[in-house]
Design a protein around this ligand. Sequence first.
Ligand code: SF4
Length: 374
Amino acid sequence: MSLTARQWLERIRGLDLPGKVRIMNVCGGHERAITMAGLRGALPANIELIPGPGCPVCVCPEEDVYQAMQLALHEDIILVAFGDMLRVPVNLPKRAVRSLEQARAAGADIRPVASPTEAVRIAQDNSERPVVFFAAGFETTTAPVAAMLAEGVPDNLSVLLSGRLTWPAVAMLLASEDAGFQALIAPGHVSTVMGPEEWEFVVRDYAIPAAVAGFTPESLLAAMYSTLRQVREGRRFLDNCYPEVVRPGGNPLAQQHLQQVMDVSDANWRGIGVIPYSGFVLNETCRAHDARVQFRSYADDARRRVGEMPPGCDCAKVVLGRIYPNECRLFGTACQPRHPIGPCMVSDEGACRIWWAGGVREPAGKADRASPVE
Ligand code: SF4
C-alpha cells in the first residue's frame, strides 16, 4: 500500500509515543531530503530528527587532504578529485595553501571529476603524465572505484584512497555511554551496495529499531513511522522501506569488486579519531596503482591529531549528532558556504551546508530548543 506524505504524517501524529524519541538519519542524502521537504517542522514536537555521520567529505582526515595537496603542488602529476573535496579547508596558517582549490590557484594541475570513468578518461588523454585520483567516499562511492580498479586502469593512473564504511561509525556511537538516539534511519544507497543486513546489528546488539529508507518524503516518513511504531509497541526489527532498490544481500558484484582490490582496516575520521575496521585500503593486487606506494609521503604528524577541525568549528559534534548545525556558534556568522570554516559547510552532504541551503541562517539561540539535540 503506498501512502502520500500527508497520510504518513497523519499516521505518525496518531502514534501515542511514550515520550521524546530521537531518530538518527545516517545519510547526507536523507538529511537533504528531510530538510528540503521541511519534515522536521511537520513532525510532532516529541520527535527529533538528528543528522548523523553521513558526509564522507566531512570525515575525510586532514592528513589525506594535505597529502593530496602536497602531491599536486610538488609532483608533476594531474590530481583529480570529486568536486566537493576541492574546497575543504585544511587547518594551516592563513597565508599557506589551505585547500585543493587554493593549490590549483597556485598552479597545481587539479581537476574535478564526477566519476571514476572521468578519471580514467583523463588518464587516457594524458598518457605521458601520472594521474592521481583522490577518492574519498563511503561504500557507495568506493564500490565504483573498486570496479574501476578490478576492470583495469591505464598504467599512469593511481588512486589515493580515503574510503570509509558507515556502519562502524554508528556502532561506535551506539557503544558509547549515550548514543543520543532511540531509532535509526539506515542509508538507502549504502544498503543498495552492501545489503540491508549490514544494519541488523543495530537491532540485534542494541535493541534499537531501524529502517532503510529511500530519498522521497514518503519513503523517509514510512521509515520513521516503522521505527516509531516499533518504539510504541516495544518491538524491534530491521525494516526495508526502500524495497524497490534495496535487495537482500545488496549488490554481489559491487561487493566482489570491493573484496578483490581492497581490504578493511582501522581508519581515522576527521575530528573523531580512529574507528576500528572503518576504512577501505587498497590491497597487494593494486600496488602499481596505489598512490600511497607510488609517491613519496608528505605525511605530517601534526596533521594526524584527532582534534583537527579548524578552531571554533564543531563539525565533529555535528557529524556525531551531538549538536545541530546551528548550535555551532560560527554557523551563519563566520561560517557560510561562501567562506566555509569547516568541511560540513563545504559538502553538499554536510549538515551545515544543507541547513543553510534549507533556509536556516542564524545560530540557535539559547532558548531555541525546538531543533537542537538535548
Ligand atoms: S557551521 Fe561551520 S564552523 Fe560550525 S560546525 Fe559547521 S562547518 Fe564547522
